[in-house]
Design a protein around this ligand. Structure first.
Ligand code: THU
Length: 143
């Protein structure tokens, strides 16, 4: 599967930043948006959704994955993540948490799935899932 080109990366970061505006984060005040690129070119977005009981909180990345999977999607190319304390600007890089990395490992090829982490002033970093979650436990262990 082709790696996302620069235009696609910029489009995904923009979509993640838009989704971040819907973040429901009244407890941490940390807003995250994600934009998941499907193999057919569609984009599915997500935001973090917190809860007064804390543990039901869902990260932006998992919101995007669960939306997509629940709509029948199974092949994913990349995800952009935009997270920072509340405010319009991104002031830091928000790398996916361990639980979200594990969800990615369920559905994505570790060598080719790319995680794009948006940072301050338009900067971004790109990593493969293999780099973020080496030596993982996955579907292959149970087959
Ligand atoms: N969060 C995400 O949505 N994605 C991440 O990769 C890291 C953390 C959310 C969860 C919680 O609502 C807030 O950020 C602070 O942890």
């Amino acid at each position: 599967m082709d790696k996302p080109d620069n235009n696609t990366i910029q489009m995904l970061i923009q979509a993640a930043r838009e989704a971040r505006k819907n973040s429901y984060a009244p407890y941490s005040h940390y807003m995250v948006g994600a934009a998941l690129l499907i193999a057919d070119g569609q984009v599915v977005t997500g935001c973090n959704i917190e809860n007064a009981a804390y543990t039901p909180t869902n990260c932006a990345e998992r919101t995007a994955f669960f939306k997509a999977v629940s709509e029948g999607q199974r092949e994913f190319r990349a995800i952009a993540v935009a997270g920072s304390p509340e405010g319009d600007e991104l002031t830091q890089y928000a790398y996916p948490c361990g639980v979200c990395r594990q969800v990615m490992a369920e559905f994505c090829d570790p060598e080719s799935f790319e995680i794009i982490v948006a940072g301050p002033a338009g900067a971004y970093r790109v990593m493969t899932l293999r780099e973020l979650l080496p030596e993982s436990f996955g579907p292959g262990n149970l087959s």
